[in-house]
Design a protein around this ligand. Structure first.
Ligand code: OSB
Ligand code: MG
Length: 368
């Protein structure tokens, strides 16, 4: 198979409400969508880079540049056996995993459509329903936070993650444990702490949290080894795990007990599977992280979450939590048990709404 043409579109989508993390406050997403045309079918992928390089080194602009000027020229005219070969074709580009994943995941969707099977089956998934949690941004007040948590629990979500940063941490966790003593609760710091904040991390250890996600620097494996040694609560790594080798090192060194896998951050579906399999062999549970994706990225996340070692609820949620109107049909919905039923159609199993996508496209480029 080969990619006959690639259409890149940058869409602008306003969030239902601003999303605040320790590193940024997002009100509108600038998302690159890739449409890979292969033998008459279109495969769809989404770029998970943010608008700024504050989560990882990539952003929307770097991805557009790398996709257009390096990734496409490396794929153009190339024959390959399967989407699993795409990563190898892009090997010369170091890093830029989110740019690579944008196209790699689109090609997986196209291959699944060409074979007339659901993407989740093609990648070796087993689950027909996936467990869902939510990620709740930093709020102005504790009352607002508690109300947001209650709303998501009422909707059925199985676990609550809250974003924290220095000064907006202990009181939030205390308040939630007071209002909701038994829920599955975790925190995500997005690298907002330093070794010197040890005392605060130790205090968080007293609230039987499911895990503390990425407390230290985005590339600081050694720091997390030190922190995990002193904590009962499992450390979960997100930002640090951008390759199979980093995952191997993190596990061997004891830097974490849980890993959050994101398609974009690790470079696509093949790398997700490799890291997933490694974690399974090593007894490390994984879950699927989110990047405020539109429906295309959400559908890709649902497919990867069907792999057997995605045993903890992920940050994969209903379209309506983020968008007034999504770009796929049907929209992603969540059951009252806090699960998503995996679609049965070929490929990602959701239909991109071309008219809607065109109407919010800020720039596009057709590469052939
Ligand atoms: O760390 O998981 C993260 C959003 C943007 C960047 C990083 C993260 C997040 C989230 C949101 O937590 C997860 C979602 O898409 O619901
Ligand atoms: Mg995270």
């Amino acid at each position: 198979m080969r990619v006959d043409s690639l259409r890149l579109r940058e869409i602008h989508l306003k969030l239902v409400a601003p999303f605040e993390t320790s590193f940024d406050r997002t009100t509108e997403r600038r998302i690159i969508l890739a449409e890979a045309s292969m033998n008459g079918v279109s495969g769809w992928g989404e770029c998970t880079a943010g608008e700024s390089p504050f989560y990882s080194p990539e952003d929307t602009e770097t991805c557009w540049h790398v996709l257009r000027n390096f990734v496409w020229p490396m794929l153009k005219g190339k024959e390959f056996q399967s989407a699993a070969d795409v990563w190898g074709l892009l090997e010369q580009v170091r890093g830029h995993n989110m740019a690579k994943a944008t196209v790699e995941t689109a090609i997986w969707d196209a291959e699944a459509k060409l074979r007339n099977v659901p993407l989740w089956k093609l990648v070796g998934g087993e689950r027909t329903e996936i467990p869902c949690g939510v990620s709740i941004g930093i709020k102005e007040t504790l009352d607002e936070l508690a109300a947001a948590v209650k709303k998501e629990l009422d909707a059925g979500y199985q676990r609550i993650k809250i974003k924290i940063k220095p000064g907006r941490d202990l009181a939030s966790v205390q308040r939630l444990r007071q209002d909701f003593p038994r829920i599955k609760l975790m925190v995500d710091a997005n690298s907002a702490y330093r070794k010197e904040d040890w005392a605060l991390l130790k205090q968080l250890d007293g609230f039987y949290l499911m895990m503390i996600e990425q407390p230290l620097g985005w590339d600081d494996l050694y720091g997390h080894v030190e922190v995990q040694k002193g904590l009962q609560t499992p450390i979960c790594l997100d930002e640090c795990i951008h390759s199979y080798e980093q995952a191997e090192a993190a596990i061997a060194l004891g830097a974490c007990k849980i890993i959050n896998i994101k398609l974009g951050r690790v470079g696509g579906m093949l790398q997700t599977k490799r890291i997933h399999d490694l974690c399974q062999r090593k007894g490390i549970p994984v879950w699927c992280g989110g990047m405020l994706e539109s429906g295309i990225g959400r559908a890709q996340n649902i497919a990867m979450s069907t792999l057997p070692n995605f045993s903890l609820p992920g940050d994969v949620t209903a379209s309506k939590r983020y968008w007034h109107e999504d770009v796929i049909s049907p929209e992603v919905t969540v059951t009252s048990q806090g699960t998503i039923r995996v679609p049965t159609g070929p490929g990602i199993g959701f239909e991109p709404r071309i008219d809607r996508i065109q109407s919010i496209t800020a720039r596009q480029e057709f590469l052939s």
